[in-house]
Design a protein around this ligand. Structure first.
Ligand code: ADP
Ligand code: TRP
Length: 326
């Protein structure tokens, strides 16, 4: 089973990215041949600063390694080290109906927000389809927000196979990571870097403390019952066992539990949870070259899988010289 997923290096990962995607990617490594990439081409639709892109890309690689991604088992690579994917994206754009892209929620949302949209943002799902199809991936673990993109990938694969009368591409199965609810941010909305309500997992301790202490709560007095659906409790529960959760939630509902106590405990839990990962991250950071070596080796292994698929697509479409005997 081949598992593939990518994350854009467009900011420093937060608890939402950790619980919603990255931790699960690392766990899935045990289930098959896992390929994860740092989607720097995708980040071009929103970031225009070369230095920033390089920094975020490197940081994201360090984050994955810190979380325990084992480069001997899984492939970790930087998307732009395989420009072949852009060729496949072009090939796929020519079989992608405009109407399909016009229906994309993420594009429509950006237009509705009044952002200055570019063609890259419009064509984003085609590049994403190329990322997936170039490996004939079986399973693509992503959050709920990416579900439509995966449906489009299946449509695009089918359109190519149909247009050229060959089953070049496998239709991948989405694996929607639904068992993790949306992680709330410090202000109660979904945690997202675009809302500035994040807790960054590898931020300096002082910043984490400030974010945790700043989690928005209401003015219910200590002795009164608390609403456990509030962000503070939901965030806390991510770091607790089932029985700890039941016990604390019972105390909250009964009254007598103050928000301050929960915040302090949450901070202690976040600190303890990430301490060993920070340690591992620092070790990788000290061995600066090793990270590049991991990415280079990842790209080499990824290319071995991708190249024949791209060749099959080129051949089916009549690109390049005909194969001998054809
Ligand atoms: P952001 O919303 O901060 O821009 P991204 O869109 O880059 O985050 O998300 C990267 C991955 O992390 C996606 O797979 C997404 O589903 C997951 N993710 C992001 N925020 C959350 C959240 N608050 N809860 C659960 N998963 C999340
Ligand atoms: N679009 C995904 C996101 O924003 C990132 C991504 C790009 C991806 N290409 C992919 C995810 C291929 C899975 C497979 O989170």
């Amino acid at each position: 089973m081949r598992i593939l997923s990518g994350i854009q290096p467009s900011g420093e990962p937060h608890l939402g990215n950790y619980f919603g995607a990255m931790r699960q990617h690392v766990e899935l490594m045990a289930k098959g041949e896992a390929i994860y990439f740092l989607a720097d081409y995708h980040s071009m639709t929103s970031i225009r600063d070369a230095g920033e892109r390089r920094r975020y890309t490197r940081e994201l690689a360090l984050d994955y390694l810190a979380l325990g991604l084992d480069p001997e088992r899984a492939i970790l690579y930087r998307q732009s080290d395989l420009p072949e994917v852009c060729e496949l994206a072009w090939i796929l754009t020519t079989v992608t109906p405009m109407g399909l892209l016009e229906r994309a929620h993420s594009f429509k949302d950006k237009v509705a927000q009044g952002l200055a949209v570019n063609h890259g943002l419009f064509a984003y799902p085609v590049l994403m389809a190329a990322d997936i199809l170039i490996y004939n991936a079986d399973i693509v673990p992503v959050g709920q927000d990416q579900k439509q993109h995966l449906e489009m990938t299946r449509d695009i694969a089918g359109a190519f196979n149909h247009a050229y009368g060959r089953e070049v591409f496998k239709l991948p199965d989405p694996m929607i990571l639904e068992h993790v609810a949306v992680v709330p941010g410090t202000d109660g909305r979904k945690m997202s870097k675009s809302y500035g309500n994040t807790i960054r997992m590898f931020a300096p301790q002082g910043e984490i403390k400030k974010a945790v202490m700043g989690i928005v709560t209401d003015s219910t007095p200590v002795d009164q019952p608390k609403d456990v659906s509030a962000s503070l409790f939901q965030l806390w529960a991510l770091f607790a066992t089932e029985s700890e959760r039941a016990a604390l939630f019972a105390r909250a509902k009964a009254g007598g539990l103050g928000y301050g106590e929960v915040k302090k405990d949450l901070l202690a839990r976040i600190t303890a949870h990430f301490a060993p990962l920070r340690e591992r991250r620092a070790q990788w950071e000290q061995r600066g070259h090793d990270v590049e070596d991991v990415l280079r080796d990842g790209a080499r292994r990824a290319r071995e899988i991708a190249r024949p698929v791209l060749e099959a697509a080129r051949d089916a479409a009549g690109l390049g010289a005909a194969k001998a005997g054809a």
